[in-house]
Design a protein around this ligand. Structure first.
Ligand code: NAI
Length: 719
């Protein structure tokens, strides 16, 4: 909806009214069309201002209308009518002008923005392009290079940056609507011909063909299979090379292709999934809207290795006072230096002062006594962690929340070491912790809703996407990773090479294939865990590595590499070879190929031809099957939680929506049928056995993913 008022005698003020972000719903579009007509027909009105209520101009198209039957006036003719109006129209941009909101503003003759406003065309993040003339007007207004940057990345820019680009005409610190009204009065008699962006020539640099080629190559490299960024480049190329009307036709064609693509559906699903994870719930019935967090003023981090440093930086950058503790003097000095460097680089990028003074360093655990919340990030060793939790429980205030950054150990065992187990949760960050968006907040059987709510809120304050999950080995992300890694190793045993498996996974859209990723993280990390679990030992009778553990197939390949000192990038050798330790350029290693041949010969394994389909199905479907088990066990509340974890923590390609959404798009019956096929071929691999929930969903007619929770509830109630 929109409201009309006449202000200062001669200005028609149209206020968009559709909380929370004044999205361009059918009713809002109808309001704009009607009120523009009214303003143009009133003789006293000499100019028009369009603004949004509650300090927000417009958040863009109403995404809830996507996929439904289109009703109300379409956006493109509405924006054309504004641009063609005989009276000047000024956009008063407060808060945000995003997507369709910015396209509306580009149809206006002038744009005045508040200094704190942000503008952008984020359609690409939803698998679309700015399809209401944005791809054609923006390059005409700010030039091809800047428009390509904004449209292909979807990034939001500040008002100051928008002014620099010439995207807005003026910025103000005062009441934007008042400033826009005065401005509208001033320009009431000015000719409008030179203000209609669609009539501008598209100014191109002389080497425009080279520019487009370069941008297209870069976009293809980084898109990881997403088609929208490529369509965005094509649309801007149309603006640069075709007359406006033909450019609009190209924009329409490209948009039609994107709109019906599975990728747009996946990205729109993912948009809502990110919101859904904020509405967390626990099996006890505790929920986000009934559990109040407690404010955290002072936080502490114990252990300043890779993770502790990143966590300290994330907290300090968000304005928290942090006590950072490391027991070894040498490690403490090194951590101080690294943390200061990270803060300084971050501050330089963001144009702010580094938050160095937010951190107090110490070597004694006593120094965290008055912290409101402590995050432990010492080595992944249960005995050590238990000791640290006992110490924390003795020195901290009784009200202090005690959190562990463990990547998969039992939170309940840690809680049992403390006086107040209800205040213990897992806060599982991902490396590098000041960069990666994901945070798994892990509740144990004793964790209180207060502790979960507080950790979730802290996560939000430090800019993380926090997902509340239950307590089990590996939680959600690492638990699902296990069968995926396991299948990749089995594929090597059966004839594949690391580079082939990685190539298939990277073509699917992962930033890195499983073996390149293992080389980056360090093969020794998993090896230590397997040794602690008693897995990475040779058979006591033969002294040979065993391929069967407790009746299950086991691949000792990773252990054998570690025994050779091949820990990945850090040692210059792993699944690949590197020029020198620390180098990131992975090259196929002939040594490894012969090693695999010998291994197969030793174990009488006959290599067979493994194709793309087998790699994808075995790696992904076994992981998805574990995802269904996680849902069945109540470790994740819904498929959205799993999908958000995988996209933000494990580089799952966002345009495929996440593993559970992908399963739905492939078809649950197909996933079930292929798992059955592989399980029959490998009966000693339990992760390939289709789980009960997957069978139940297929038996229920494979409902859409939004309806899975109903089936999950039934399955859980029967357990
Ligand atoms: P790290 O080995 O880099 O650092 C551990 C640090 O803890 C060392 O600096 C050590 O001196 C210090 N430390 C040991 N005992 C201590 C004590 N009693 N008091 C204070 N400091 C102590 O290990 P990293 O990689 O940072 O891992 C830490 C935790 O985070 C582990 O539980 C790990 O599983 C988890 N994690 C690691 C991820 C990774 O990618 N490295 C990702 C997510 C979680």
């Amino acid at each position: 909806m929109a409201q009309y008022t006449r202000v200062s005698g001669s200005v028609g003020l149209i206020t968009l009214q559709s909380p929370p972000v004044n999205a361009l719903s059918a009713a809002v579009r109808q309001g704009i069309v009607d009120l523009m007509q009214r303003a143009l027909s009133e003789p006293e009105v000499k100019s028009v201002v369009i603004c949004g209520q509650n300090g927000i101009f417009c958040g863009g198209a109403d995404i809830k209308e996507f996929g439904g039957q289109m009703s109300g006036p379409p956006l493109i003719p509405m924006i054309h009518a504004i641009e063609a109006a005989s009276k000047p129209v000024v956009a008063a941009i407060e808060g945000i002008a995003l997507g369709g909101g910015l396209e509306l503003a580009l149809g206006c003759h002038y744009r005045i923005a508040h200094s704190k406003a942000r503008v952008g065309l984020p359609e690409v993040t939803l698998g679309l392009l700015p399809g209401a003339g944005g791809s054609q007007r923006l390059p005409r207004l700010i030039g091809v290079p800047a428009a390509l940057d904004l449209i292909t990345t979807g990034r939001h820019v500040t008002a100051a940056e928008a002014l620099k680009f010439g995207l807005v005409d003026q910025i103000t610190d005062h009441n934007t609507v008042n400033v826009a009204v005065k401005f509208a009065q001033r320009v009431a008699d000015q000719p409008l011909d030179a203000r209609r962006i669609s009539t501008y020539p598209c100014l191109c640099p002389s080497d425009v063909a080279v520019l487009f080629e370069e941008v297209m190559q870069r976009v293809r490299r980084t898109a990881r299979g997403a088609i929208a960024p490529i369509a965005c480049v094509q649309a801007v190329r149309a603006a640069a090379t075709l007359p406006y009307n033909q450019g609009m036709e190209r924009e329409r064609e490209l948009m039609a292709t994107l709109f019906t693509s599975g990728q747009a559906r996946a990205l729109q699903y993912f948009f809502f999934a990110q919101r859904a994870v904020g509405r967390w719930s626990m099996p006890s019935g505790a929920r986000w809207d009934t559990s109040k967090p407690r404010p955290v003023h002072k936080a502490a981090v114990i252990g300043l290795g890779t993770m502790g440093r990143g966590i300290t930086v994330a907290l300090a950058q968000a304005g928290f006072s942090v006590v950072a503790v490391e027991t070894q003097e040498k490690q403490l000095m090194e951590a101080k230096q690294k943390i200061s460097g990270m803060l300084e680089r971050g501050a330089k990028r963001r144009g702010v002062a580094p938050a160095l003074d937010k951190i107090n360093y110490g070597r004694n655990i006593q120094s965290v006594a008055d912290a409101d919340l402590v995050i432990e990030a010492v080595f992944e060793d249960m005995a050590l962690k238990k000791k640290v939790f006992q110490q924390l429980s003795a020195v901290c205030k009784p009200s202090t929340f005690l959190c562990s950054n463990t990547s998969g150990l039992d939170i309940d065992q840690l809680a049992c070491q403390t006086r107040n187990p209800e205040l213990v949760v897992g806060m599982h960050f991902f490396a590098p912790a000041h960069v990666m968006k994901l945070l798994e907040v892990v509740y144990g059987p004793k964790s209180s809703p207060l502790a979960v709510a507080t950790a979730m809120q802290l996560g939000k304050k430090i800019g993380k996407v926090s997902v509340a999950v239950g307590n089990c080995r590996g939680f959600v992300g690492n638990r699902m990773l296990k069968p995926y890694l396991e299948q990749a190793l089995f594929l090597l045993e059966e004839g594949a090479t690391p580079e082939f498996v990685d190539q298939v996974l990277e073509e699917f859209g992962f930033a890195m294939g499983v073996f390149r990723m293992s080389d980056l993280s360090g093969l020794d990390v998993g090896w230590k865990v397997r040794m602690a679990d008693g897995l990475a030992m040779p058979d006591p009778t033969t002294g040979q590595p065993t391929r069967l553990r407790q009746g299950r197939r086991y691949s000792p390949l990773g252990d054998l590499l570690c025994e050779q000192g091949r820990f990945g990038q850090k040692t210059g050798r792993g699944w690949y070879q590197y020029d020198k330790p620390g180098s990131q350029v992975a090259k196929p290693d002939p040594w490894l190929h012969s090693f695999l041949d010998e291994y197969r010969a030793r174990h009488a394994l006959v290599a067979h031809r493994i194709d793309h389909q087998e790699v994808l199905e075995r790696c992904l479907y076994s992981m998805i099957n574990e995802g269904f088990r996680i849902l069945e066990d109540g470790i994740a509340a819904g498929p959205e939680d799993i999908d958000v974890i995988y996209v933000f923590g494990y580089s799952w390609p966002r345009h495929r929506g996440g593993p559970m959404f992908y399963a739905a798009t492939v078809g649950l019956n197909k996933v079930l049928e292929r798992l059955e096929h592989y399980y029959q071929a490998h009966p000693d691999v339990p992760s390939l056995q289709p789980c009960h929930l997957l069978r139940k969903l297929v038996a229920s007619g494979s409902p859409p993913i939004q309806k899975w929770r109903e089936v999950i509830k039934k399955v859980r109630s029967q357990l």
